[in-house]
Design a protein around this ligand. Structure first.
Ligand SMILES: O=P(O)(O)OC[C@H]1O[C@H](O)[C@H](O)[C@@H](O)[C@@H]1O
Ligand SMILES: [Fe+2]
Length: 192
């Protein structure tokens, strides 16, 4: 068997940069359909298409036994009163867990069972290591005024199921009300 060689990557805790790494960028236009206030989304997009988040990942084979790892940087921002977030996904291999270790910023991690009947929201803060158990969909939200930066480790063959979330959305939304971060039921959520 051909041995895969050990290697280091370097993570910058301040910027979230991971070197050497490959970058994925997601703009508001990529996740616009998830936001509650459709008019506000339109108004923002008429002026600009802000960068919402970036993922920088180490290149590892997408094969059983390997661990994929990456940083995610969610920029601060809102559409109306709804904070910027990641698309969110289930793993195609539902039986695979994941860990998010927060390096910088303040966030919320929304997780839901596959049918969406169960939902949990964890706080993300520097030093928090959030465990995403098998089967839970996950979306992270930046609730602060600086980038939310976290480091993720997951099974390299887990796969990303975005189609389910496109159909159902998440059961909860994270909003700012009177300067407070609040978690509310998502009126647009559809049962899987
Ligand atoms: O894939 P998204 O839902 O857009 O979330 C962005 C990224 O968040 C974390 O970094 C996960 O470990 C990645 O697998 C995921 O791609
Ligand atoms: Fe994941």
């Amino acid at each position: 068997m051909k041995l895969f060689r050990p290697f280091n990557v370097v993570v910058d805790f301040e910027t979230g940069n991971l070197t050497p790494g490959k970058k994925i960028t997601r703009y508001l236009s990529d996740i616009q359909h998830f936001f509650l206030d459709k008019e506000k989304v339109k108004a923002v997009l008429a002026k600009e298409n802000p960068l919402v988040y970036e993922v920088i990942y180490a290149e590892v084979p997408e094969e059983p036994g390997h661990l994929a790892h990456c940083t995610t940087i969610i920029y601060p921002g809102k559409v109306g009163n709804e904070f910027f977030f990641t698309k969110g996904h289930l793993h195609e291999k539902l039986e695979t867990a994941e860990i998010y270790f927060t390096l910088k910023g303040q966030g919320r991690l929304i997780m839901a069972s596959p049918d969406g009947e169960e939902c949990e929201v964890l706080e993300m803060f520097p030093g928090s290591a959030s465990y995403i158990p098998p089967s839970w969909s996950h979306r992270s939200v930046n609730v602060g005024g600086e980038p939310l930066i976290f480091y993720c480790i997951f099974f390299a063959d887990a796969g990303h199921d975005y189609a389910t979330i496109d159909k159902t959305g998440f059961p909860k939304v994270v909003l700012e009300r009177n300067g407070e971060v609040v978690v509310e039921n998502n009126p647009n959520w559809k049962k899987a």
